[in-house]
Design a protein around this ligand. Structure first.
Ligand SMILES: Cc1cc2nc3c(=O)[nH]c(=O)nc-3n(C[C@H](O)[C@H](O)[C@H](O)COP(=O)(O)O)c2cc1C
Length: 373
């Protein structure tokens, strides 16, 4: 199967990607998710893909927050914002996946372009601004569905100039959760996205008092599903620690995700000629990698077992994922790696991670968490 993955990788890198990268990325994304959706509706296609890409390995499976993850590699929020891929991604080896970010009210998103490519920076420009049909309408499409892996719902503040005060923003996010709870869809966890850098207005939840107000409101909803907070990577260590000191007071928050997009256009990994093509938006992929790693290590060292960490940002290969795990992450998410490396990436990481763990003398991935923090 190593050979099969290598062949798919070769074909993707040298043929498919070259063709796809000639086409508008928003069109490619729409087509790719449409294909993924229809494959997910075919039991035969799912079986064939699972045979090719999804090998369960006990060394990779963990039960965390009462949820079973057969692989530590998941899809980060943003790629499947219409909730169309939940039926197909487990067959590609994904161990979990987040839908959204969804908001209380439907959002048109920002003015385009919403998506761009920076191939030499190994990055994507993202300026989606929470384009989505709203929590209710999106989750309606998952009625009567069951899931072969843990599905998460990412919730954020509606991206509208109509929300003017912190209190209105808190109420809006709380309503998003209330609607998701009422949906009856058997998803496994929530993400609370407080760190999207593409939103209009000046509302933010980074100041400890603002974060406190938001988390108090969310905690008061008494939801049973665990909540993971999607954190920014653009704050200083001190600012992150101040936020963490608030977060660990709230028992509903079970994990922090490090983290969201890079908004620093001077990031050394970003090639300036590529950045100049995009006057708007923020950046995924390689420009997120180092800060994500640093914050995983920082929070693991300071908070240890008091909260779990999910690593996200710039995972393109097995060693990128393993490094985040060894720095303190129990789980890892990705999007950009899939676009640059191909649909076999997660399967490849799963296979290679199992080998690396055994070479390092670990029986289960949880034993490697934080050993290099
Ligand atoms: C096209 C795209 C859309 C995204 N939209 C969201 C979103 O709606 N909510 C969110 O929490 N993060 C969003 N993100 C950020 C990703 O979840 C992730 O944090 C970031 O891209 C770093 O991971 P990566 O380097 O593996 O892509 C988006 C990223 C991309 C590439």
């Amino acid at each position: 199967m190593k050979i099969f993955n290598a062949a798919v990788h070769f074909f993707y890198k040298h043929i498919t990607k070259r063709i796809l990268f000639l086409i508008n990325p928003e069109i490619v994304h729409a087509r790719a998710t449409a294909i993924g959706k229809s494959l997910g509706q075919s039991p035969l296609a799912k079986k064939i893909l699972a045979l090719a890409f999804s090998r369960k390995n006990l060394a990779l499976s963990q039960t965390i927050f009462g949820i079973s993850f057969f692989s530590p590699i998941g899809l980060a929020a943003g790629f499947d914002y219409k909730a169309e891929l939940t039926q197909i991604l487990p067959a590609l080896g994904f161990g979990f996946g987040s839908i959204g970010t969804l908001t209380n009210q439907a959002c048109q998103g920002n003015f385009g372009p919403m998506l761009g490519r920076l191939p030499r920076s190994k990055s994507l420009m993202v300026n989606k601004g929470f384009k989505n049909s709203g929590v209710e309408a999106t989750l309606q499409t998952l009625q009567n569905k069951s899931f072969a892996y843990p599905v998460g719902v990412s919730i954020g503040k509606t991206n509208t100039a109509g929300i003017k005060t912190q209190q209105e923003a808190v109420n809006d996010v709380a309503l998003g959760f209330i609607k998701a709870e009422a949906s009856g869809v058997p998803f496994a966890y929530y993400e609370l996205n407080i760190s999207c850098p593409n939103l209009m207005g000046s509302i933010e939840f980074y100041q400890p008092t603002h974060l406190e107000e938001l988390l108090a409101a969310v905690q008061s909803l008494n939801m049973l599903r665990p909540i993971f907070i999607k954190m920014p990577i653009t704050k200083t260590d001190q600012e992150v620690i101040k936020m963490m000191d608030v977060i660990i007071k709230y028992s509903c928050i079970k994990a922090v995700i490090f983290g969201n997009l890079q908004n620093n256009r001077q990031n050394p990994v970003l090639q300036s000629d590529e950045v100049k093509k995009f006057p708007v938006g923020n950046f995924s992929g390689l420009p997120c990698q180092q800060r994500s790693d640093e914050l995983i290590a920082l929070v693991f060292k300071k908070y240890g077992t008091r909260i779990k960490i999910i690593g996200c940002g710039g995972v393109f290969c097995t060693s990128d994922a393993y490094r985040k795990i060894k720095l303190g992450a129990h789980l890892v998410q990705l999007i950009t790696g899939l676009v640059y490396e191909g649909p076999q990436l997660v399967s490849q990481i799963n296979d290679e991670l199992a080998l690396m763990l055994s070479k390092d003398g670990y029986q289960n991935i949880s034993q490697a968490v934080g050993i290099e923090a």
